[in-house]
Ligand binder design. Structure first.
Ligand code: IMP
Length: 432
């Protein structure tokens, strides 16, 4: 079955970009199906580091078609800028396709989000302030503007006028902020439509044809399972379906066509924004991991909150996504620590529990129960090209994660570069 779905198992920033890029060597299509430019993917190739916010990570492989699916919310200015930067670096943008049904993020979405986060003060969600939540809000309120609308001057003009009239009341009268000029937005967004026109299509149809022709299709999730609107730590979540099911609704591909679901798990945990985090480290070790792993938000530059690996929440992720196997990333970041820990259970209300409580307020009361392991040396880790050549303490860690989650770790990330990966077990599309 030639369709694979890649999903972040934690709170985003698990290293999905690198795993997607690695698997994209066998892919014909790489598809994003949710979220917007709240995501940040970093891909390092040939010593150059690229930050992608909207484009799928496979965009660096010349034969890959990159698809932005209907489940996304797209800021066209960001997308066009990303395409310009890619071209300037010598990469082609000809194989990019954007769904006509994806929604458009407009400046009033960002302004409303900014105003609302500021109003919430201490109680804020800690969003990326890219207008993602308000764009999805308009989608579900059925007043959203879709990418296809950018190509229809009359439709766009009427929709922007109606939306701006309402958003300006909200911004000016409720939040005491400045509103927007509908005329200016119409001109600007028609301009984006003109530039995007060659890329816009019915991507569900495109992917159906590709799958019928036996092409390999890779779905690249953004954010992570614990940030999902339903199964994440609500309300401290993003606004989209970040889990495996989201790949189908967000791309117009039926569930029976998905072959495998791959979880991406970082060897420790990070989170940006507010919300409960049972394994959070507030000490020197947390700072060491943050510094070593360059753990700062790709989108916002905010220092990420750091913690040990949490297999209680990973079990939830494995269940909801139905992982076929997983990639364990950034083992090099933990290198140099004498001891490393894995959370195996929570202490909650004087009981030890192996599953997370359903209420976010209860999760905030949970204390992590840990198992401790020996650390490893970075040089020995990086030297290894096969699983058996990895230091014994690394293998013990990997196997403990496998046992606690019931998921096999078939890719092990030992460094930032494309080549720093150890393969353990069958991966990919089963080609060749
Ligand atoms: P939003 O997606 O901007 O609405 O933010 C909602 C929550 O998701 C906040 O906690 C953000 O920090 C978090 N978030 C959104 N995108 C990412 C990401 O790509 N990585 C990690 N956290 C993210």
């Amino acid at each position: 079955m030639p369709a694979l779905v890649i999903i972040g198992a934690q709170w985003g920033d698990e290293g999905k970009g690198k795993v997607t890029d690695f698997l994209a060597r066998e892919a014909d299509f790489v598809v994003r199906f949710q979220g917007g430019d709240n995501a940040g993917h970093t891909v390092v190739t040939g010593g150059n580091e690229y930050k992608l916010f909207l484009l799928p990570s496979g965009v660096f492989w010349p034969d890959v078609t990159s698809v932005l699916g209907n489940g996304m919310v797209i800021d066209p200015a960001v997308l066009l800028d990303e395409m310009d930067r890619l071209r300037a670096a010598g990469h082609s943008t000809e194989r990019i396709r954007v769904s006509h049904a994806a929604h458009v993020v407009l400046p009033y979405h960002r302004a409303v989000e900014e105003a609302e986060e500021d109003r919430l003060g201490e109680g804020k969600i800690g969003t990326t302030r890219r207008g993602i939540g308000p764009a999805y809000l308009d989608k579900y309120a059925r007043i959203g503007i879709r990418i296809g609308d950018l190509l229809e001057p009359d439709v766009l003009s009427a929709k922007i006028k109606a939306n701006v009239a309402f958003k300006n009341v909200l911004l000016e009268k409720v939040y005491g902020r400045e509103g927007f000029s509908a005329g200016q937005l119409i001109d600007e967004y028609l301009g984006y439509g003109d530039r995007l026109r060659p890329y816009v299509t019915d991507t569900s149809l495109l992917l159906d044809g590709a799958l019928n022709d036996g092409k390999n299709v890779l779905f690249e999730g953004a954010q992570g399972t614990m940030l999902e609107i339903d199964y994440g730590t609500y309300p401290y979540v993003t606004s989209s379906y970040t889990t495996a099911g989201g790949a189908c609704v967000g791309s117009g591909v039926g569930p029976t066509r998905i072959g495998s679901v791959i979880g991406v798990i970082k060897a420790f945990t990070s989170r940006v924004g507010n919300g409960p985090f049972p394994t959070e480290l507030h000490d020197e070790t947390g700072q060491y991991i943050r510094r070593k792993g360059k753990e700062y938000g790709t989108r916002t530059g905010r220092p990420r909150r750091m913690g040990w690996l949490d297999t209680v929440s990973l079990r939830t992720a494995a269940r909801i996504n139905g992982f076929s196997w997983a990639a364990l990333t950034k083992l090099d970041t933990l290198a140099g620590l004498p001891k490393v820990r894995i959370c195996t259970a929570y202490r909650f209300s004087s009981h030890v529990v192996s599953a997370a409580p359903t209420a976010t307020t209860d999760l905030a009361q949970c204390e992590a129960v840990y198992e401790e392991f020996d650390g490893w040396d970075e040089a020995a880790l990086k030297r290894a090209r096969t699983y058996d050549a990895l230091p014994a303490s690394v293998r013990a860690y990997v196997e403990a994660v496998e046992e606690a989650t019931g998921v096999e770790m078939r890719l092990i990330g030992t460094g930032q570069d494309r080549t720093e990966v150890v393969v353990k077990g069958e991966i990919g599309f089963g080609r060749g």
